[in-house]
Design a protein. Structure first.
Length: 269
């Protein structure tokens, strides 16, 4: 029986912060998979490019109540309001766009002329500017991924949810006479590399996918999670990101939801 697409796909992920150990495997896998350039001296973090970055959070309490949490941050692939995410709304060259088919915010390097409006609009600091042409150590250019084009100097780049993997998976499905993907056929590099299994990736619109069951997004309320342990970064901004975080620690949820201690405001969980 032919599979029927009842609605558009909306790819996203749930990151379990109680499982994340801060090992950085997701960062390394992301750089390797997407030909992310690096410099010989990476001490100047203002010029570093890291599509997936792991932050360390602390609760600020003295021992023995001190607690630490590691928070991986890819591009949030914000839906905004009907696809008008902050970065897409300000780009004058249409170098970044929201896909209604996959829910992924794309980045078209050949259209970008480096105005960096998108970097200023992104509240998650998930976009990076190429200040230099990539220079690979001798012999390393042979190990670059042929599916991802290296970026030139003067353009902005960011996490793409490894979109080339989606294209490869769809090509394979078409060859096999299918017009859909099964769960697991399209996975990001960070998801596969995480040794703790902290990252779950899939179609948030598909109730059969594990990512939907974990996040339990409420479509009637902009995709906000119904699971009390799940939150999205800076929810109050209304960017409607498709990256969800899960933790049993209330202080982490408050910090991620921009809790400011106001009556009736702050964290919702």
């Amino acid at each position: 029986m032919k599979h029927e697409q009842s609605k558009a796909k909306k790819y996203g992920m749930v990151i379990d912060l109680d499982k994340c150990t801060g090992c950085g495997a997701c960062m390394v896998a992301c750089m390797s998979e997407n030909n992310v350039p690096f410099r010989a001296d990476e001490t100047d973090k203002l010029k570093s490019i890291t599509w997936m970055r792991v932050y360390q959070l602390t609760n600020g309490e003295p021992y023995p109540n001190a607690d630490t949490c590691f928070l991986p941050r890819p591009c949030m692939h914000c839906e905004g309001h009907n696809g008008h995410s902050p970065c897409v709304s300000v780009c004058p060259a249409t170098a970044t766009d929201y896909s209604s088919e996959t829910g992924i915010v794309s980045q078209i390097y050949t259209r970008c002329f480096g105005c960096r409006y998108c970097m200023g609009a992104c509240p998650y600091h998930a976009r990076f500017f190429n200040w230099w042409d990539p220079v690979w150590p001798e012999g390393m250019e042979k190990s670059l991924s042929p599916n991802v084009s290296p970026r030139m100097r003067g353009v902005v780049e960011k996490c793409s949810f490894c979109f080339h993997r989606y294209q490869l998976a769809m090509n394979k499905a078409h060859v096999e006479g299918r017009d859909h993907l099964e769960e697991g056929e399209y996975q990001t590099a960070c998801t596969q590399a995480c040794p703790a299994g902290a990252i779950t990736f899939g179609d948030l619109n598909n109730p059969k996918h594990a990512v939907n069951q974990l996040a339990r997004p409420d479509r009637a309320h902009g995709g906000r999670p119904r699971n009390p342990d799940v939150f999205r970064l800076l929810e109050a901004l209304g960017t409607n990101p498709k990256v969800y975080y899960m933790t049993s620690r209330k202080w982490v949820r408050k910090m991620g939801d921009e809790f400011v201690g106001k009556k009736g405001g702050g964290a919702s969980h």
